[in-house]
Design a protein around this ligand. Structure first.
Ligand SMILES: [Zn+2]
Length: 119
C-alpha cells in the first residue's frame, strides 16, 4: 500500500502484517494527544520512497519508541514500537484508499497504566 503525508513531501510503501486487523488506539500520554489509529507492519515492510530527509523524529520517556513526522505538514506517518521494536506502527489515515471512519470497534491499548513493556 502507498502512504502519504498531507503535503506530499513524504511517501511510504507499506506492507502490513495483517491488514487492518491489527488496528489499535493507545491511551498513553503521547498517543492520546496524537489520536491516530495505528496498524502493524514488520520493519522490513516499510520503505520510505520519497522525502526521507523531510521526516523528523520524536522520542520521549525511555526513548525506545521512534515517532516519525513530516517536518512540513506535521503528519505522523509511522513509529518504531516500544512494545515490539521489530514492528512499525503505521498511521492508517496516511494509507491510500482507507478512511479511518470505516474502521469500527478499534481496541484500545492501555498504554498509560499497563504498557506491555512496563509489566
Ligand atoms: Zn508533509
Amino acid at each position: 500500500m502507498k502512504g502519504t503525508c498531507h503535503c506530499g513531501a513524504v511517501e511510504l510503501s507499506v506492507e502490513l502484517s495483517d491488514g487492518l486487523n491489527t488496528a489499535r488506539r493507545c491511551d498513553c500520554t503521547f498517543c492520546a494527544r496524537r489520536g491516530a489509529i495505528a496498524v502493524s507492519a514488520p520493519l522490513s515492510g516499510v520503505q520510505i520512497t520519497k522525502g526521507a530527509e523531510n521526516l523528523t523524529l520524536y522520542t520521549w520517556g525511555t526513548g525506545t519508541a521512534q515517532h516519525y513526522f513530516c517536518k512540513t505538514c506535521g503528519i505522523y506517518t509511522h513509529h518504531q514500537r516500544r512494545s515490539n521494536p521489530n514492528e512499525f506502527g503505521i498511521n492508517v489515515a496516511i494509507l491510500e484508499g482507507i478512511n479511518p471512519k470505516d474502521i469500527e470497534n478499534v481496541p484500545w491499548t492501555n498504554g498509560r497504566h499497563d504498557h506491555p513493556s512496563d509489566r
